[in-house]
Design a protein around this ligand. Structure first.
Ligand SMILES: *Cc1c(COP(=O)(O)O)cnc(C)c1O
Length: 230
């Protein structure tokens, strides 16, 4: 009888990622329970998310508010422990819906968005946890606060949102060694006394864990490749 989980299904791939996360943490001398998995389900149907929920996964990442709003409320009604992280660039006109839906917004990256989230939080009477996204590669086409402005933006956000500002997030340039970017993010978080570091995706989450990631955002390695429109 075959006793290993199938490596082809969502549950099997989740188990494999969790095992790789745990050994990366152990190799780095870290407690595996200090690294959380954000399963990035963007472009994948609710049925795939449900498979992951049935395999014990509760924290999911989506990068579009509309898609998250269509997919998650029914799943959360059935399984209240399900939490949504919004990880994509966020338009100010989506702030209110984002505040309604998310347990964490990982992409706070500019003063206009901070204003919009502040207004949305007043209106909704709730404020999600927040991460500040830093454009560690200073790539012009990317979301994230530029490196130069990061320190003052982080200070201003903490003044405004207090302890809801939990930490930092980055997406290193696609063609670069991610390790210096992870190390830079860790140093910035340390400077500001912030504890959450969201960094590492399917291709580099083990390196991110070695550099101190507390949250890794893994999509395709769990759910398979996304449609070309992704
Ligand atoms: C899509 C996405 C991920 C997951 O990427 P994979 O390479 O599929 O693991 C992580 N973070 C962000 C911000 C994303 O948009």
């Amino acid at each position: 009888m075959e006793t290993l989980p199938s490596l082809s299904g969502v549950a099997g791939r989740l188990a494999a990622i969790r095992a790789r996360m745990a050994s990366a943490a152990t190799r780095a001398g870290r407690d595996p329970s200090a690294v959380a998995l954000v399963a990035v389900s963007k472009f994948h149907p609710a049925s795939s998310v449900l498979e992951a929920i049935q395999a014990g996964q509760h924290v999911f990442g989506e990068n579009r508010v509309q898609e998250a709003a269509a997919k998650f409320p029914p799943l959360q009604a059935a399984t209240p422990a399900v939490q949504l992280h919004l990880i994509g660039g966020l338009q100010t006109n989506k702030a209110r819906e984002a505040v309604r839906l998310a347990s964490m917004i990982e992409s706070l990256d500019r003063p206009a968005l901070a204003d919009a989230l502040d207004r949305a939080a007043q209106a909704e009477g709730r404020l999600p946890d927040l991460l500040i996204e830093v454009n560690t590669g200073d790539e012009p086409q990317k979301y994230g606060v530029p490196r130069e402005e990061a320190d003052s933006f982080i200070r201003a956000c903490r003044q405004r949102f207090g302890a809801n500002v939990r930490g930092l997030m980055c997406i290193p340039p696609a063609d670069a060694d991610p390790v210096p970017h992870f190390a830079l993010l860790r140093a910035m978080a340390h400077t500001h006394g912030l504890s959450v570091l969201s960094m590492g995706m399917s291709a580099d989450f083990e390196q991110a864990i070695a550099q101190g990631a507390t949250h890794v955002r893994v999509g395709s390695a769990i759910f398979g490749t996304r449609p070309a429109s992704a």
